[in-house]
Design a protein around this ligand. Sequence first.
Ligand code: NAP
Length: 289
Amino acid sequence: MTTQPTIGVLGTGIMGAPVVRNLQKAGFAVRAWNRNPDKAAALEADGITVADTPADAARDADFVMTILIDGAAVEQTMVDGGALEAMGKDAIWLQCSTVGIEATERLADLAKARGINYIDAPLIGTKKPAEDGKLTVLAAGNRHLEPKCQPVFDAIGARTIWLDNVGEASKLKLVVNSWVLAVSAAIAEAIALAEGLGLDPQLFLETIKGSATDNPFLQMKGQATIDRNFAPSFPTDGAYKDIKLILDASQAADIDQDLITAVQQKLERTVQKGHGDKDMAAMFHATAK
Ligand code: NAP
């Protein structure tokens, strides 16, 4: 009988919890840890092992996956939480949080100093694709590790895009998010304009439907905005964190991002108005004077 690989998952938030469930469904021996243990309790009720500390989740695991909010949280959990120290030399760290370029370099250096394999593996897709196991995984690092890592990524995603060098996946993630955030702000403004002009905003979605300028994201987020359904899928706080990473990267690359700068201001106003925990479609609330 072959034993299933063990995976310690650190972070059971909006993305981490469904990822844990899909890994367990695929037959991995999963140990989940979350800073606030209440969030992991529902997983325990479903038979998933919940570890008391990051080190307990990571000890003797074949993989450690981090799905935490940002680079600081990942570093704190891996270093202060003892997970990095607890990892065996053949274990692979799959870093799936969106942390940007600088933090990716810092985290990869920490892994290197301990002789641990590091895969830069941010995720594309929000809550629903995570629940459906339909994420896109951007994976960058030692390609010799690809056959070992692929079953993990297949358990959580529909597609994996492999890149050769650590950092490239995090760069691509920022490019994708710059597009998603710009489109999200445009949707919020178009719906607000329709309503402000006294039109039924549904007319906008119907007019665009099926044309070259239509897309499923517009229909989904546009409808949610019209319905004022801002249940978090990609929370505004997370989007605000990401847009800072995008602007830092733009600055380092000497690129002027006027549009993204404006979206950052809109996200900031959305957070200031108390909607940080709502979906980023709540940028609609930052359109009113
Ligand atoms: P979330 O629901 O807010 O979860 C954040 C996680 O980070 C929680 O487990 C939280 O623990 C933990 N955390 C925060 N600060 C911490 C600290 N200082 N030490 C230890 N743990 C800490 O966020 P999410 O949506 O799952 O996102 C997780 C990552 O995936 C982020 O990098 C995000 O950008 C990325 N991502 C998100 C989406 C999306 O649509 N939601 C899509 C793709 C990628 P507590 O529960 O204790 O607060």
